[in-house]
Write a protein that binds this ligand. Structure first.
Ligand code: C2O
Ligand code: CU
Ligand code: CU
Length: 534
């Protein structure tokens, strides 16, 4: 792909829009934006829809409506249930089936550049919503892809250069469900018994407007709101019957990590992860859900008394940037609920007794197990090294540049790779740009080194091979039973001191595919890189 020098005229035009990074390396995607404006006549869609990024005023709190960005959609062709509109500000749920050919006309009707990414779906580079494809107000981008993912809960959100955090915060996100034949056979609870739960935290001004944070240091710590929203609504409560439900949870927050648990101590029955159903249901005392992760739960309310209620909470844990609550000055920085503090998320009111409930299948789906025997080059390990320099998080010693990739970031297509995600070994010294001491040191540096990072890889889903904690660390004991390491994943929470190995296929498509921290503040500050699949 050619990356011609930026023209001076375009550079000025573009900076005039106020969106250009100060870190311009001397070429611009703005100049070379490859817009996919027109549909491909040879592509025969099963589903065709329009999706708009719009300004909207929605009721969230009592009183004044809240200004948000919102995805709205219109189905042009395909099954009637393809689009499901939710109350609140989230985009419509896109209900797809594996094998469907999808065409989406995406229109930008907001005053900022924007591009949309289908998180978790395995699609070609041009359809993946890489920030190089951003479109401006009034423009459109045509997406065409075939759904080639197993049945699971995916999502879509803006992926605009250095604006992902603010645009998702203001509302540009929605759920995607994919269904397939293997799932259909299980006859899992459906329709009114299948409940999406998108969990986000926000902070509102007195005038009910969304309030974000400012300044680089605060953004490095990540946004933590003081109000929990579920499906875009506050104090959400859901009426349920005494039977089994399928709950599809997405952590759509910028930085907040939830430790999900029921308030009466009922264990969680997990049936699915980011990229598919598990082989069989697994039980957990609690589940850690980092930004962008999804989990599907089987929840049976049978035997509960009508009139009673059950609350899903986020439980207390340590290790999420533990200094935050304790530091007066820092505590005042965000004003949000500190990471790791407990609060309730959503209440289920048992309203109706019913006689009958489906029972939990013993087996779910079969999974193609990836092992070291599947590796294309068994001796090779692709690194994802988390580091920090000049008070910025880096991956493999670099921050994001639009088209940039290093030799170690080049991956042959149709290969299966082992990837190791780990922390830079040395503390202090030049590399950290400050020598403020190690993790236990006080101050901004120590706080930053103690932050967790949910690492997300675009393209195909991966499997987790091993997870090692290199530090003896009592904080880790408060979360370690909440990792679901058995299914398909596209995002993995990497705690301080952790060293993780995954296996990931890079099949079908060549081009640039992002990997990044899904703490959206970190992502926008450059904790993102490209793999070039060649
Ligand atoms: Cu959910 Cu690259 O993103
Ligand atoms: Cu993604
Ligand atoms: Cu991060």
């Amino acid at each position: 792909m050619p990356y011609p020098e930026i023209s001076r005229r375009k550079f000025l035009q573009y900076t005039a829009l106020g969106t250009l990074a100060s870190t311009m390396p001397g070429l611009s995607w703005a100049e070379n934006r490859i817009m996919n404006q027109d549909p491909d006549k040879n592509f025969k869609p099963d589903v065709e829809l329009e999706l708009y990024a719009q300004n909207a005023e929605v009721p969230i709190l009592p009183g004044a409506h809240t200004h948000v960005f919102q995805y709205t959609g219109k189905l042009l062709k395909g099954p009637a249930g393809t689009l499901k509109t939710l109350p609140g500000y989230l985009g419509p749920i896109l209900n797809f089936e594996r094998g469907q050919k999808i065409r989406i006309f995406f229109y930008n009707q907001i005053s900022e550049p924007v591009i949309t990414h289908w998180h978790g779906l395995h699609v070609p580079q041009k359809m993946d919503g890489h920030p190089m494809y951003e479109i401006l107000n009034g423009e459109r981008y045509v997406y065409e892809f075939e759904v080639d993912n197993p049945a699971a809960t995916y999502w879509y959100h803006s992926h605009t250069h250095e604006m992902t955090a603010t645009q998702v915060y203001q509302g540009l996100a929605g759920l995607i469900t994919v269904r397939d034949a293997a799932e259909q056979k299980l006859e899992l609870p459906a329709d009114e018994y299948e409940i999406p739960l998108v969990i986000q935290d926000r902070t509102f001004t007195n005038g009910n407007q969304l309030h974000y944070l400012h300044g680089r240091h605060r953004r490095m710590m990540g946004f933590l709101g003081d109000t929990i929203l579920v499906n875009g609504q506050v104090n959400h409560s859901i009426p349920v019957k005494t039977r089994a439900y399928r709950l599809r949870l997405l952590n759509g927050s910028n930085s907040r990590i939830y430790k999900l648990g029921w308030d009466d101590g009922t264990p969680l029955t997990v049936i699915g992860t980011d990229g598919g159903l598990l082989e069989k249901p697994e039980t957990f005392p609690y589940v850690m859900l980092a930004p962008a992760e999804r989990v599907e739960l089987w929840m049976d309310f049978s035997g509960r008394k009508p009139g009673s209620e059950l609350t899903m909470q986020s439980l207390t844990y340590k290790g999420g940037g533990a200094h935050m609550g304790g530091m007066g000055r820092m505590g005042g920085m965000s004003g949000g609920i500190p990471q790791g503090k407990s609060f309730s998320i959503v209440k289920f009111n048992i309203t109706e007794q019913v006689g009958d409930s489906p029972s939990l299948p013993e087996k779910l789906v079969s999974i193609r197990r990836l092992s070291t025997q599947d590796l294309t080059s068994p001796a090779k390990t692709v690194p994802i090294e988390i580091g920090m320099r000049h008070m910025l998080f880096q991956l493999n010693d670099q921050t994001f540049r639009m088209y940039d990739h290093q030799e170690i970031e080049r991956i042959p297509v149709n290969s299966i790779q082992k990837i190791r995600i780990f922390h830079e070994g040395r503390m202090g010294g030049d590399r950290h740009g400050g020598g403020m001491g190690g993790r236990r040191g006080m101050g901004m540096m120590g706080m930053m080194l103690s932050l967790p990072h949910p690492i997300h890889l675009h393209g195909q889903q991966f499997q987790i091979v091993s997870r090692k904690q290199n530090e003896s660390n009592s904080a880790y004991d408060t979360i370690k039973q909440g990792f679901i390491d058995k299914g398909w994943k596209d995002t993995i929470l990497v705690m301080p001191g952790e060293d993780i190995e995954i296996i990931k296929p890079f099949e079908d498509y060549t081009g640039l595919f992002l990997y990044h921290c899904h703490n959206l503040e970190h992502e926008d500050l450059g904790m993102m890189r490209n793999f070039e699949v060649y």
